[in-house]
Design a binder for this molecule. Structure first.
Ligand SMILES: C[S@@+](CC[C@H](N)C(=O)[O-])C[C@H]1O[C@@H](n2cnc3c(N)ncnc32)[C@H](O)[C@@H]1O
Length: 222
């Protein structure tokens, strides 16, 4: 597959247009461990953004659990339209934002969020420049005291997802990538078995924002 000038928007729109949700390679009927981690760290009034949400069942489960301020964002308009149609019994609780994490525009204007959740999205950013854009956005959009949940293919996992190459991670690499504003507070390896019955080992990590207080002891004139 030649990825020079590849149209990723078309790729993902075609995937969501032509594949039944339950047949998607990343489909989870029960979106764990994400759901458990969000319930552990978020409050019911937290603003939670699901990065590269696709048509995942995660937001359905969060709405059922009474979370009230959700954002679903994705490159694929088709995916978000399907998700919005499915969740139409929860008016005003979810914002849908079509945007590209490699060149975010609308996402730069959202309110700060309490929880940033990403399962199987960051790993598609194979260029360091795009990864930096991703982490710049994350840094600018997370509240102080906020939590970040990142789930990506593990180092010993598959090299491709949806026929696209991925970067694989472990907790140490994600910790280094996330930078000095975040403290890794939890990580776990998780073997997801996809709808074809294949193993897809993931690494799940949770980060908390660090408050840096600078104390000057050099001058006691104040
Ligand atoms: C493997 S799917 C995972 C979907 C969902 N997070 C889940 O766990 O079910 C990857 C998702 O990332 C989205 N995506 C890929 N590249 C993206 C980009 N550059 N910006 C925004 N979304 C992107 C795709 O459209 C797709 O919905």
């Amino acid at each position: 597959m030649n990825l020079n000038n590849y149209n990723y928007t078309e790729h993902w729109d075609n995937v969501y247009e032509n594949t039944q949700q339950e047949k998607l390679g990343w489909y989870e009927e029960n979106p764990e461990p994400s759901l458990g981690l969000i319930k552990k760290y978020a409050k019911l009034n937290s603003i939670i953004i699901n990065i590269g949400s696709g048509t995942s069942n995660l937001l359905d489960e969060l709405l059922k659990a009474n979370f009230k301020s959700l954002i679903a964002t994705d490159l694929s308009t088709v995916a978000l339209q399907k998700l919005e149609a499915r969740l139409n019994s929860y008016p005003n609780k979810v914002k849908y934002i079509v945007d590209d994490l490699k060149n975010p525009i609308s996402l730069k204007n959202i309110d700060l969020v309490d929880v940033w959740h990403d399962r199987a999205v960051l790993h598609f950013l194979t260029e360091v420049e795009d990864q930096n854009t991703y982490f710049d956005l994350l840094n600018s959009k997370l509240k102080r005291g906020g939590f970040v949940i990142l789930a990506a293919f593990h180092l010993n996992g598959a090299e491709k997802c949806s026929r696209l190459p991925v970067i694989r991670y472990n907790a140490e690499i994600l910790d280094e990538k996330s930078g000095e504003n975040f403290k890794l507070i939890e990580s776990r390896e998780y073997n997801f078995v996809n709808p074809n019955g294949d193993d897809r080992p993931y690494i799940y990590t949770v980060f908390h924002t660090i408050h840096i207080f600078r104390v000057c002891l050099c001058n006691n004139n104040f």
